[in-house]
Design a binder for this molecule. Sequence first.
Ligand code: ZN
Length: 431
Amino acid sequence: MKVQLDHVGIAVQSLEAALAFYRDALGLQVEVSEEVTSQRVRAHFISVGTSTLELLEATANDSAIAKYIARRGPGLHHLTLRVDDLDLALETLKSKGVRMIDMAPRPGAEAARVAFIHPAAAHGVLVELKEDAEGAAKTGWSGQERSARIGIIGGSGLYDMAELSDREERTLTTPFGEPSGPYTLATLRGQRVAFLARHGRGHRLLPSDLNFRANIFGFKLLGVEAIISASAVGSLREEVKPLDLMFPDQFIDRTYARRGTFFGDGLVAHVGFAQPLCGSLRQAASQTADRLGVRAHPAGTYVCMEGPQFSTLAESHLYRSWGADIIGMTNLQEAKLAREAEICYATLALVTDYDCWHPDHDSVSVEMIIRNLTQNAATAQQVIAAIVEGYAQRAECHCGSALANAILTQPDAIPDAVRRRLAPLIEKYIS
Ligand SMILES: [Zn+2]
């Protein structure tokens, strides 16, 4: 059994006060922050060499961390040891009569499997055993045990889904900054999903101001393997009518003010993007819409423009001459980053109106746009729920190994900071 120190958990009265020592005085860097509402705890993860410190602050008086501090004062809360095979480790420990809190693995943070050893057995320290991603793959760990298997991005008009149950809010801070808002972890038709409102609660973020990297990295941290992205679009084709759905299979890039890669800073990688959306997820989504009797187009080309202004008439005609079908402002960077994160990605494009090339365009009122957005949001919820319900039946795809031949930088030339920051993406290829 291979055992390595993963991290040390420290219960603190105040994260801000603790950072004055760990960050400011010691010069260490906070890599990821998260708030787990169900456990009423806020955590900062700080890298120290190959290990991590986890600073834990209670957000309510009845949280386990608050009770711990009341009983024993602030200080060492737990050690987390990484093992290559958790099932084997548990068997070994049980056979040696070690007192366990967990007799079987349970899902832990960052999509890992964990089990706790009783402090009485470890001489006063609570010890968490954690199985790393490689071990998890080896033991056939199924996606259902992760925080969420499917991610849903809600665009304009879709800020929540009524059908989500067993909700828990998860606020994450990633190495790329803050996502648009908290992720809602919930159950939808028997699957755990993570929902994110793209433009934030109350629609506060312009397309150009979206932190696409944080949004997609957050889904990766939650263990998501496929993202369904609902987005309002304008139509460039007569036959693609307002209130229709389209599942595009191609993009044209007309953006210029966005960061659309996780790589750089000493790590070079080029993923294939000839087919920018997951064919399997797109096909499943399109068949689902057909089954529900929704007017939907199974393929098409999405022009992603910078915005926030809509197109000029000359641009609208130009895009039509290029063979594009719909136009929007958000999906291309999400698709690029999802591919780099090895997450399947499909766009559910909801047509609100014709773009300005169409003679009807000028007669469209704000009221009509809002009415269409609202109706589209209802359709989107119905279709997304059905896609999630039938998720297990979809065909296989290669999105999960998109990085297999993409990293060009020699492993020993990858800077440590980049290696740590991108561990959830690249660990399996460079360790
Ligand atoms: Zn895929």
